[in-house]
Design a protein around this ligand. Structure first.
Ligand code: ADP
Ligand code: MG
Length: 697
């Protein structure tokens, strides 16, 4: 066997060559030996057992039988040529068929000899058959045994000679070579203690398992490795950020907090709100920077928790800021928070991209001289000219729109980094939150304010439009307000705007006696604010909009959300949108309008929405449909690109490896122990380029 390294290009690998290497690259994206080793089988064919025909049914799947092929016939039918034969074993028989086949095949089929055939059993009118069986003479030594890998493939590959057989031969060759360039990357003592397979053995077994148990062990080892190095990376990152960890101790609970709590609190807090407030307070007291993620489903009341935390910071002489992902949301927070705080003599200001130069100058001045205590804004407040006198707490609302880099810019707004509180309603599956945000502490508001009624959700189609409109009218007659939301996708923008306009006109002409306003991202900022204002004051009863209202908008009197072309939205987006209703005490409704024919994913999404309002359940379905990378945004998707690990079903393993990585780094924080040399080398090689922050020097 030639000298191999993981970077060896496929064309140099025995059995492949330049032509096939090119094909493999273009069809499967496989370029190097390493890629090939990571081309894990999709499934396995079980060659460990030889079946009897009498045991078979259409549920048997892929099986192997030994017997004779008889009565081979070529038939021509209107659908094309067909080849048919009878396969006989112990007096029982099933039918073999070939639909499209090369001419030469006919002469190759061994008639009347004892052979083994392999394929999937199906049944038609209660008689069994097998299409395109693999045939082997049982005497040859090439006879396949055990669990045989089935690799990703395509017709193009098969036609050009890259068959399962070829792939198996190539991989078998590589894996049985003594020059296999796979070094162990886990410490010896760990393997011994956990009884895990060695790395080489895991790769051998995952491609050519000798038994189902061995396959399970191989999968376990590979998952372990993926999860372990991922966790290790996060912990190293956390250590790397150590320089930020000094924080402002805020020990006082003073007049601002007490006055507000006793005199201005608009409602009693839920016990979940009290619980997370305590967690935050405890963090802020310490001389260590807080980095806390506050998760709470839409409508769970995160804003008031943010506000109370800000009062704590102000009691200790610090300024605060609250950053929102959209201008509309920033405006809304500004309105709500300034209404509550200005009566207490606290100056609250807003800073967004559309604030005029003069006002902007005043705001910047007020921040620098300390007149302004609370700044609300969009990402505009991250910009360099925004200088605080003494920023102590920065709150980020709806974190899924902000990246890690933006968080780091907030750290720099004071010589000692401010405490950071990140709030999100984007339900993140627990396991994902645990692994992805392992540098954050997590608080959860797991209870809605009392008196909320669960939103009733229904799925309707175009033919039901009239009855949907009539239903909306009934709600309007009861004094409620209604949203109509249209999708807006970058790629089909023109068409989407047209749909929105038409929808608006349709709504206006049907609901003549009510006022409808339109809202979309391309409108001038003043028009947007005006539209939001008249709707939230109840002067307009209907809002027709794109998803600009997705995040955080709060109009408790709105009781119906009609989502147009709902099949075009993702699950978390639907959930966010639905959260715009059900914020008051009246019964609320969400109506998902869709076209008639739906893909199976769309159907699952809509059904999930109808079946549950639990954000965590929804996020789990979402993750199953889209994969975790997509959920966290493309920016981070590469990080979560696991080949074997499943973030949902492997949560236990993830927890174990996290603990283990933690333990290992406590013993050896810089990975200098000689026993960790292999681990360190592997880590540096595999992860350095990918994640700059995962530095170990
Ligand atoms: P979200 O967590 O989605 O940001 P908000 O903070 O906007 O939720 O709160 C949603 C609505 O619930 C607001 O109208 C708010 O005033 C109200 N609310 C929050 N907490 C309570 C509570 N403890 N009791 C009653 N209403 C509450
Ligand atoms: Mg909110």
């Amino acid at each position: 066997m030639q000298n191999l390294s993981l970077h060896t290009s496929l064309e140099y690998i025995k059995g492949i060559g330049p032509e096939r290497a090119k094909l493999l690259r273009s069809v499967l994206g496989v370029t190097t030996l390493e890629d090939l080793l990571h081309l894990y089988p999709l499934r396995y064919e079980d060659r460990t057992r030889v079946y009897r025909i009498s045991e078979l049914s259409d549920q048997s799947g892929d099986v192997q039988i030994e017997g004779k092929i008889l009565d081979l016939k070529e038939l021509s039918s209107p659908g094309g040529r067909r080849l048919r034969a009878r396969f006989e074993e112990s007096g029982n028989s099933l039918e073999l068929v070939w639909f499209s086949y090369p001419k030469w095949l006919v002469g190759q089929i061994p008639i009347g000899k004892t052979v083994r055939i392999f394929g999937k059993v199906s049944s038609f009118q209660s008689s069994l058959s097998m299409a395109h069986p693999e045939i082997e003479l049982p005497t040859t030594d090439t006879k396949e045994k055990g669990l045989l890998p089935v690799y990703p493939s395509s017709e193009k590959l098969t036609k050009r000679g890259i068959t399962q057989k070829l792939m198996r031969t190539v991989l078998k060759n590589i894996l049985s070579s003594s020059a296999l360039p796979l070094e162990e990357n886990l410490p010896h003592y760990l393997l011994e203690k956990t009884q895990m397979l060695s790395r080489v053995e895991a790769y051998r077994q995952v491609h050519f398992p000798t038994s189902a148990l061995a396959l399970e062990k191989a999968n376990h080892r590979l998952k372990f490795e993926e999860s372990f190095f991922f966790q290790l990376g996060y912990l190293l990152k956390k250590n790397h950020q150590h320089q930020y960890s000094k924080g402002h101790p805020m020990k006082r609970v003073g007049e601002y907090f007490h006055t507000f709590y006793s005199k201005h609190l608009p409602f009693p807090l839920t016990s979940a709100q009290k619980k997370v407030l305590k967690e935050i307070q405890k963090d802020m007291k310490k001389p260590v920077q807080m980095n806390r993620l506050l998760q709470g489903d839409v409508g769970s009341g995160k804003t008031i928790v943010a506000l109370l935390s800000m009062l704590l910071a102000m009691d200790n002489g610090f300024q605060c800021c609250l950053m929102a992902p959209t201008e509309i949301l920033a405006q809304q927070h500004y309105k709500g928070i300034s209404t509550l705080l200005e009566p207490m003599g606290i100056r609250v200001e807003i800073l967004t991209g559309s604030i005029k130069t003069r006002q902007r100058r005043e705001v910047l001045q007020g921040l620098e001289n300390g007149d302004i205590s609370v700044l609300i804004g969009t990402h505009a407040l991250l910009e360099d000219p925004v200088v605080f006198q003494n920023l102590g707490l920065a709150i980020i609302d709806e974190q899924h729109r902000f990246g890690v880099a933006q968080r780091a810019r907030l750290y720099k707004k004071n010589t000692t980094a401010p405490h950071i509180l990140i709030m999100t309603a984007t339900p993140i599956p627990r396991t994902l939150a645990m692994s992805f945000y392992s540098d954050l502490d997590v608080s959860v508001i797991d209870e809605l304010p009392v008196g909320r009624k669960a939103i009733i959700t229904a799925h309707r189609r175009e033919k039901d439009r009239l009855s949907v409109y009539k239903f909306c009218r009934e709600q309007l007659e009861q004094g409620r307000q209604v949203y109509f939301v249209y999708p807006l996708i970058e790629e089909s923008q023109m068409l989407d705007y047209k749909n929105l306009q038409e929808g608006y006109q349709q709504v206006e002409s049907f609901f003549k006696s009510y006022r409808a306003v339109m809202l979309h991202g391309k409108m001038p900022s003043e028009d947007k604010q005006e539209a939001m204002k008249v709707f939230s004051q109840g002067k307009a009863q209907i809002m027709v909009s794109t998803t600009v209202i997705e995040v955080g908008v709060n109009v408790p009197n709105a009781s119906v959300m009609v989502i147009e072309s709902a099949e075009r939205f993702g699950l978390s987006q639907l959930h966010q949108l639905r959260g715009r209703v059900g914020r008051g005490s009246s019964q609320s409704y969400c109506i998902l309008m869709s076209k008639d024919k739906l893909s199976s994913d769309s159907r699952t999404r809509l059904r999930t929405m109808v079946d549950t309002t639990d954000g965590f359940k929804i996020s789990e379905v979402d993750m199953q449909l889209r994969g975790p990378g997509d959920i966290m945004g493309t920016q981070q998707s590469g990080l979560l690109d696991f080949k074997k690990l499943d973030l949902l079903s492997d949560s236990e393993l993830i927890a174990t490896t996290k603990q283990l990585a933690q333990y290992l780094l406590t013993l050896d924080p810089t990975l200098t122990d000689p026993r960790h040399l292999a681990l360190r080398n592997y880590y540096v090689k595999s992860y350095r380029g990918k994640n700059k922050w995962m530095k170990i020097s």
